[in-house]
Design a protein around this ligand. Structure first.
Ligand code: SF4
Length: 202
């Protein structure tokens, strides 16, 4: 839940979003319709980090609003009981790679200060990375998502839970969806433990 104490962080995120909205730091600026900065609750203790905007996201300027996003919303609701008001969500690159190709290393590097700021300001207890690009960037590893998922990693004083990108779940079918569900349950349990630890201290 957002409170008056969150106003500075909301303002700071809005300032960075404004800077990003005219960003030309990498070639992805050339083909975009909108910069897709991020959305959700900036006071949340849960943050999802995806890959980059697709066609629908580029058109609407919002993350995860296409078929992948609908699947993610459904799985998060079913496994965690949460909706978009309960978490913050952003991507590794803020502009759509042409034809939905993978973002290139120099594009990820150019865009990473925006994500870094979002992580710093939202300061979530649990980060769920969706797919290879976010996971590799935030864990600073070259290992792939199939190898990395299935456990949580210490991250910025909290925990990072890697899972598949929902687009992979759409392609991969039941087994990938089942693994995503298990990862979301893991994230929920860690979040629950962090919340009860905080409640006991206060
Ligand atoms: S992808 Fe990121 S770094 Fe590249 S132009 Fe867009 S906002 Fe700037």
């Amino acid at each position: 839940m957002q409170t008056g104490r969150d106003a500075p962080k909301v303002g700071a995120l809005a300032e960075i979003a404004k800077v990003a909205s005219t960003c030309t730091l990498c070639r992805l600026a050339n083909g975009r319709t909108n910069v897709v900065f991020g959305m959700g609750n900036p006071a949340a203790d849960l943050m999802f980090v995806g890959e980059g905007p697709g066609e629908q996201e580029d058109r609407q300027g919002l993350p995860f609003v296409g078929r992948s996003g609908q699947l993610l919303d459904r799985l998060v609701l079913e496994e965690m009981g949460l909706t978009r008001q309960d978490f913050y969500i952003a991507n590794t690159v803020k502009c759509r790679p042409p034809g939905n190709r993978d973002p290139l290393p120099d594009e990820i590097e150019a865009c990473s200060p925006y994500l870094e700021k979002q992580l710093e300001l939202v300061n979530p207890r649990v980060v769920v990375t969706l797919g290879n690009f976010a996971t590799k960037l935030l864990l600073a590893t070259t290992d792939g998502i199939s190898r990395l998922r299935g456990r949580a990693y210490p991250y910025r004083g909290g925990q990072l839970v890697p899972t598949f990108h929902p687009a992979a779940a759409l392609r991969g079918g039941g087994q990938v969806v089942a693994q995503m569900r298990a990862d979301l349950v893991r994230a929920k349990e860690i979040l629950g433990a962090a919340r009860s630890g905080r409640a006991q201290k206060s």
